[in-house]
Design a protein around this ligand. Structure first.
Ligand code: F6R
Length: 261
């Protein structure tokens, strides 16, 4: 895994948005894997600005989100479809029919998971997968003990995740306890992954995911197996990393990152 440290949250989000923009420019029909959550809001705001100001063109892009709560309608303000329309899709020139999320209200959830995997394959696989990380190390909603080869499926949410996300619901009891999520195996098949984490409250789990052993107890540690994964983190989230000076050196000195200085 390649680790890139940025001074603060805004710079980490900007670097992530610029990497996505570069990928969209070099492949206009990019298949983009997307995540939701607080961390991504700034990235989406920046992409919307690039679309408006720099004419970054999403018209041919196809997107697949990592996850969706079971039981929520698209119109529900706490659904991830609602989040994506609000933060990104409604603000860029993407064709909504090219944007995909699992249907958490499907009658047959197992069939829906299989349909979602097939749809990703039909699109030729995911070119660039954007990822956040939960306090418990989840990517998507792959909670601790998710099999490292798991596929899209229904997953029961762990107590840490319920605590982390129930703030978005009017009462914790309203928060669904299950979600459809791409599997760790599905994520590992994407051609490139970008993991974005900011803030001191992510420092402990980031150190375990990046420098700790690969374990299904921390799903994000499976990214160590990925062929091309870049973790972009701010100084606060980097606080507990051992090789921090080495990572800083890479960003300053490796040719790939020159254009982002
Ligand atoms: C949601 C998702 C999750 C979040 C993670 C971090 O689609 O993929 O893995 O990325 O829970 O969420 P925030 O950014 O709110 O800390």
């Amino acid at each position: 895994m390649e680790v890139i440290i940025q001074s603060d949250r805004q710079s980490a989000c900007l670097l992530t948005a610029r990497m996505i923009a570069k990928a969209v420019r070099s492949k206009p029909d990019l298949v983009l894997g997307l995540a939701t959550g607080r961390t991504m809001e700034t990235v989406y705001e920046l992409l919307a600005e690039m679309c408006r100001r720099d004419k970054l063109d999403f018209s041919k892009c196809r997107t697949f989100n990592l996850d969706e709560y079971v039981g929520l309608a698209e119109t529900d303000e706490t659904s991830y479809r609602f989040y994506m329309n609000k933060h990104l899709f409604g603000r860029i020139n993407i064709d909504l029919k090219n944007t995909h999320l699992p249907n958490g209200r499907a009658k047959d959830l197992k069939e829906e998971c299989e349909r979602y995997e097939a749809k990703i394959n039909e699109a030729g696989g995911i070119d660039l997968q954007l990822l956040g990380i939960g306090q418990d190390g989840h990517i998507g909603f792959n909670e601790p003990l998710s099999a490292l080869r798991s596929r899209t499926r229904v997953k029961a949410l762990a107590p840490d995740t319920v605590r982390q996300n129930s703030q978005f619901f009017s009462s914790p009891a309203d928060m669904p306890r299950r979600a459809i999520t791409m599997g760790v195996g599905t994520i590992l098949e994407s051609k490139r992954c970008v993991l974005l984490a900011t803030g001191e409250n992510k420092a402990g789990i980031i150190a375990r995911a990046i420098e700790g052993p690969i374990t299904s107890m921390v799903s994000a540690s499976a990214l160590q197996l990925h062929q091309h994964c870049t973790a972009i983190i701010d100084e606060m989230a980097a606080l507990k990393l051992e090789k921090i000076d080495y990572y800083r050196w890479i960003f300053k000195n490796e040719p790939e990152w020159e254009e982002y200085q």
